[in-house]
Design a protein around this ligand. Structure first.
Ligand code: ADP
Ligand code: MG
Length: 343
């Protein structure tokens, strides 16, 4: 190989916002024919918004959001950031109402709203802390690809020493003995059917609420998928999220329903890549999360979003610095062109 051509290739890559781990990576771009795309944070913004909160009988939407928000304040997951931010907005709004009319129907005013999405983006700073209002979270635990839990102690709400609050996938919660009521199951099912992402909040052994979120598809993703297709690659959407949300995103970017693999556990993402490889495919994988790292390493070509986690970037061959999926096609085209110069 001619080192000069390789340098030109990698230098141009840097200009395009593509970092190449080493010249040997170029070879991997040559024969890839399938591109597996992680959904959350890769095809979608990865910045979820809370669009609805459903409470079980005996609790309120405010309480669901407050307790779920307290625990999620300690997680970096896009779902967690959205819930913590929405809880912070709700807490500030509740306080404002309380101050405006100390004797008035403050609670009715704050629980009556149909949606907590309004303005949720503006106060993400407020969600960073461990304590929101008077809530304190102890013994926080996270289970990648499943959910989070923590013991929430609230000075004023009679939780005493604290209550372990879990937020996550229904299957994961049920595995820990959480009982889900039919009305919450229905709310969850309806949210997913509409292409939303829903998580369940539980405490004291029962599911208490459903938080419905939405993660917008990036404005550039449809074009990026079209470009990958033009390079002869078959796009496949891979996600731990539910089928409804997966198909909504796939439809928005032009990925066929048959090429959607949903509800995949983090440990199984690599198995999906390996299964495609066993079937004769040469697989490029694009991802951003901790849960994508093994699949990025196993792929014939791993591409990490520069906006993603360090673990993903380390596991990948290429980094798309700007977090723009269109860079994936550009990187592959550039690498192939560079190889042609060398040969
Ligand atoms: P993706 O593959 O789309 O990036 P993940 O593998 O990170 O998704 O998560 C899969 C599922 O696990 C989520 O849809 C959610 O149900 C649950 N989950 C993961 N992290 C959390 C969290 N911090 N809070 C609540 N639920 C979570
Ligand atoms: Mg992701």
């Amino acid at each position: 190989a001619t080192p000069t051509a390789l340098l030109v290739g990698t230098g141009r890559g840097a200009q395009l916002g593509v970092l190449i781990k080493g010249p040997e990576v170029l070879e991997g771009t040559r024969r890839v024919d399938t591109v597996v795309l992680d959904k959350t944070g890769t095809v979608t913004e990865g910045r979820m918004e809370v669009v609805d909160v459903v409470a079980a009988r005996g609790t309120t939407r405010d309480e669901v959001l407050r307790l779920a928000g307290a625990v999620e304040g300690l997680s970096e997951h896009p779902i967690a950031r959205a819930i913590a931010a929405a809880a912070a907005v709700r807490a500030i709004a509740a306080e404002a109402v309380a101050h405006a009319s100390p004797d008035g129907p403050a609670l009715a005013a704050t629980t009556g709203a149909d949606s907590v999405a309004a303005g949720a983006d503006g106060v993400s700073a407020g969600a960073d802390g461990v304590a929101i209002g008077s809530d304190q979270v102890l013994d926080f635990r996270t289970d990648a690809g499943s959910g989070v839990s923590g013991v929430v102690r609230t000075a004023h709400a009679g939780l005493g020493l604290g209550t372990r609050v879990l937020v996550g996938r229904p299957g994961w919660l049920e595995g820990q003995g959480v009982v889900t009521s039919p009305d919450l199951r229905e709310a969850f099912r309806a949210a997913e059917a509409q292409g939303g992402t829903a998580v369940v909040a539980a405490w004291n052994g029962s599911a208490r609420g459903v938080v419905v979120l939405r993660d917008p598809v990036k404005a550039t993703s449809a074009q990026a998928v079209a470009e990958l297709r033009a390079l002869g690659l078959r796009p496949v959407l891979l996600t731990g999220d539910n089928a409804g949300a997966a198909h909504r995103a796939a439809d928005a970017v032009g990925i066929a329903p048959d090429d959607v693999v949903a509800q995949v556990l983090p440990a199984d993402k690599v198995a999906v890549v390996q299964r495609l490889q066993a079937g004769g495919a040469r697989v490029a994988m694009v991802g951003d999360g901790v849960n994508d790292a093994a699949a990025l390493a196993a792929a014939d070509l791993g591409l990490a979003m520069g906006t993603g986690t360090d673990v993903a970037i380390e596991a990948a061959d290429l980094t798309l610095v700007r977090g723009d999926l269109r860079s994936a096609g550009q990187a592959i085209r550039l690498s192939r062109a560079t190889l042609r110069i060398i040969r």
